[in-house]
Structure formats: structure tokens, C-alpha cells
Write a protein that binds this ligand. Sequence first.
Ligand code: ATP
Length: 619
Amino acid sequence: MSRRADQPDTPADLAVRRILRERKVPAFTMIAGAGSGKTTSLIKALDHVIASRGSEMLAQRQQVACITYTEIARQEIEDELAGNPIVHVSTIHSFLWTIVEPFGEDIRQWLGEHGALDVDQAEAKYAAMGPQTRQKTKQDLRDKIDRKRDQLSKLPAVEEFRLGVGTNYARGIVGYADIVKLGPDLILRRSLLARLVSRRYPVLFVDESQDTFDAVVDCLRHVAVEESDAFCLGFFGDPMQMIYTNGTGEIPVEPDWEEIPKPENFRSPLKVLDVINVIRGDHDILHQRSGLPVDKQRAGEVTYFVFPQGVGRNELLGQTRKWLREQSEIDAWKADDGTDQSKTLVITHRMAAGRLGFEALYDTFHGTVLAADFTEGKAWPLTPFLGTLLPLVEAAGSNRNALLPMLRTSSPLLRPGNIDAVSAQETLATLRAGVDELVKVVAVAGPGSIKDALAAAHNHSLIELDDRLIALLGDDLPEPMGSIDKALRAYLDCDVTELEGYSRYISQESPYSTQHGVKGAEYQDVIVVLDDDEGTHNQYSYEKFFGLRSFSSGDGTVTRTRRLLYVCASRATRALAIVFYATDVDAAIKALGGLGLPGAESVVTAEMVTRELDDGAET
Ligand SMILES: Nc1ncnc2c1ncn2[C@@H]1O[C@H](COP(=O)(O)OP(=O)(O)OP(=O)(O)O)[C@@H](O)[C@H]1O
């Protein structure tokens, strides 16, 4: 695969280089549509900084920082730069942690103040509970408050703070939800930290700026304003691709900032480009034209399907893929070796879960407050497996040398300060036994093996588990307290093999992806499944988007759905199929045409798919 940095320069690339060379403009934005090469420009800009200022930065112990929204994006940029040490590529959370980590006392104070505020709010809620509130609900809240108070009382004794999934005051863990508040707060309040950011990272780029949290954008703006003579900040993004709930969307620019336009599209073939321009609608002026020379432009192919909602979705989708392979006029929907390499984008995991064997896991989290995190692959109860335990099992089977470095980051036994407590030999024996037991549990698998695997990991200190999971590892459990507790118990009852399909799925290795998981990616042939029934994800509704269901004026569903569809349709580099499962097929066919989608006058129905496949079989 060619490196993005080898792509030809665009006027936008030249503008960035001028800004970086002249060092007069403190910040710039590159806000442009899908496939316009924002990530490419970002990588080229990083390359430029490495080439032009690399040795100077190295000598002064400085780096150029690049903040990404996801771990996948971080890895991708890191790979493009071959891990060059001049560049510090990190997710938002770990970037903020790098900045605040040395300021333990400030962290302690912040956690103390916010923890006390949480307790006050919970006390107020408790006091407002009237006689109609169930005794058990009251008791649960009382217990929660007491636990939190107890944890907070241990905060002064914490010696070292760490970044983790969920905040734990007693153990000095700053959770993901807190670091995105704590970091910006400290940077805004303490000028020393703003200076530290600019001195350590005199150039800082933010990828996918539209999905970056407001507070993070604000604190970086603050650094750009306060440290304007020693700092250059660049935002790369597209508000139409904002698909996470806490994103900032547009980035307002200060008078001395520069807005760099990038009107081209280098990814989408012409027919797909027409479709995404229509989806983008009249909402902004970012309508794109192809950036490729005419002889390199391709027409591509777009096909629309409207199917009735109901049973047999997976089967029908399989037939659709076959139909597309047979009917494509540009020989799409198969790779050079004839295999189907297409990507199917579904709004939720149900369809994928059925296919890839993680239905019980899906059912566990679906409908809970953790559903969105599950969809995005970052639900905290699953992190021990995805981040540590599954990689440990894999390493145990293929590369045992990798085990110790992994355990150094995950095991509390190998933390500095703990290492001398027990003899090193004993520690290693415990960890070895733990890994062996974990491998055995995963190999035997079966219902409840998630719990067994967590217990093996916990008992041998392979990992530090969240208290809420530890509480469920015993046998004599009290009655479940609330829906999350119930979901966690159901999760522990699942089969560990379900995690395999789930992890292939969220790491984009299966033919399915969630519509959220494909940000920044591209695939030759893409099927976008529009299925509200499947979704029950009421943040999105394709029926509302196409005007088939009414909605109130303040309902953000249509905007969110438009953005999601835009992101998905713009992933295709050759052929795009839009498959809409509708309550009323005829009305849906009309609605597709009504929206002005190019080519939507010829829609393929379920009958046509089966008939034409049958005809093909007969001839
Ligand atoms: N100047 C260029 N000339 C030719 N191709 C390019 C150029 N810039 C980018 N590309 C190609 O266009 C495609 C899209 O680029 P890139 O992923 O950088 O866009 P993006 O704006 O970050 O996309 P999105 O926002 O949709 O994720 C890639 O295949 C990339 O290699």
C-alpha cells in the first residue's frame, strides 16, 4: 500500500507548510468533506515537521503532537510515520494524561473536589426521596454514598495516580470520563500547564476535530491564544462526520487563525460522489468535486435496494451480495482473486452478532446504558478482555516472550513499589500459573467462562479489575441491584468464545462493521444497511430521515442519521449499495427518489433479487 505522504501535494498542503515555516499564524483549521485527504494532509504536515524541525525538536526534547479520536486511528497514523519518535501520536485521554500526570497534588485536589460534589448531589437526591421510594432503592443509594465517602477518605494517602477505565479514588485511578474534564480544567486554570503544552509540543494537530470534546477543544484554543508565539495548533475535521454524541462539531476560528479549504474528493468514484453530495444536502457549502485527473476518475456504481422489514434479513443480504456480484456492470463486488471482499455496514451489532457468534453478549448490553459503548467497542466491562486478557492468551500460544512486557503494564504485582514485596521468583510463578489457568479456561470455554476467566486473572493478579466486577466473582451473590448489575451478571454468564467474534468485529477484521466503526476507513465495495427495526438505537432513524415517519422540530435524529449515512456512503472507493429495510416498501421507494438521490429511480426489490438469481440459475 502506498504511503499517504507520497500522494501529490494539494494547495491545502502548501498552505499548511507555509504556516509551519513562517510561524506567524498560531492556529489553522482544515475543514473539508469525506475523502478530501484530511488525514493525508495531516500526515504530510507531520512529515514536513519531522524533516524541517526534527533535529531542533529532538535537541530540545520537544515533539509534534497528534491527537486522534480512536485507538485505531492512532495506530494508523503511527504506522504511516513508522513510529518516528519526533511525533507523539495519542488518543485524547492519554495525551491529557501525559500533560497532567506529573501534577499529582493538583489531580488529588481536583478529584477530591469533584468527588465531594458528587457525594453532595447524591445526598440531595437521597434526602429528596419520599415515602413512595422503595426501601431497597434508598438503601442502594445510601450504600453507594457510603462507599464513595470511604473511597474519598483514602484519597489523601494515594501515592501515585494512574489513568484507568473508571475512577477509583482509593486506588488513585483517574477514569476516562474524568480525565477529559480534569485535563482541560487544569490546563485552563494553571498557566504553567498551558506553557508546558506549548514548550513540549510546539506543534499540535487534532485529527477528527469534529468529534473532539468541547472542553478539550477549548483548552487547546486557550493554549493557542496564550502561547501564540511558541505554538501552532491545527484542526483537521468535518462537522458532517460528527457521529459521536459529545463532539464539538464546528471549530470557531480566532481573527488571526487561518481557514484552509480543501474542496476536492480523492476517494469516491463519480456516482458515489454525486450521492454523498446529495446526502450532505444544502446544509453547508462543502460540496465536493473529484480531485483526481480526468483519466484517473472512475464512474463507479451505486445500487439501491428496498426490502420489507421482517424475518430472513441475513439470508436476503447474502442473496443481495450474490446479486450484486452477478449484475455489476463494472465487475465490482469481488476482489482480483474472485472472493467477496465487500464491507457491510450495519447500524447495530445484531445482524453481525448473529453471524459472528456473539449474540448473548449483544443481548447482555443491548438496551443498557452501556449499549453505545458496546457498539463502539469500549464498554468498560469488556476492556479487561480486549485490552489485556485476550492478547495474553494469544501471546501464550504464539509468542511467550511478549508475555512479560504485557504483564508489566497490566499486573499490579509488577508495579514499581510492589516488586520487592514478594520475591521476584514467586511473583513470576503466580503470573505464570495465572496465564496457564486463563489459557485453559479460554480453551475449555462454555457458559460462564467469562466469569472463570476474570476470576483466574483476578486471583493471580494478571490485571487490576474494576470493583464492580470483583464483587461478582464470588458464588453467594446478593440480589442484583439495578440494571447494570443485572447486565454484568449476564455478561459473566456468557461464553468466552463470544468475545472472539466480537473482537474481530470491532477491530474491523470481519466483513461486517458498525456504521460507527468505519470513520476514516475506506473499502472498495460497501453495502450500507439502513434498518431502524434492527437498530432500536433510537438516536438514528432512516424512516425519519426519508420522511416516512413524523418527528418534532427539535428532534436531532434526522441530522444524526444524515451524518451517519454520509460517513458510511463515503467509504466506498468502487461500488456502493444502499439496502433499506422499510415498513412500507412502496412509500420508501418513492421517498428515495424524492430525496433526489441520483439513480434512485431504479430500485431493486426483494422479489427482483430472488427472481433474477433464479433466472441466472436456470440459464
Ligand atoms: N492529493 C491526493 N492525490 C490523490 N489521492 C489522494 C490525495 N490525498 C488523499 N488521497 C487519497 O484519497 C483517499 C482519502 O484520503 P484521506 O483518508 O486522507 O481523506 P480524509 O479526508 O481523511 O477522509 P475521511 O474524512 O472521509 O475519513 C485516500 O485513499 C488517499 O490515499
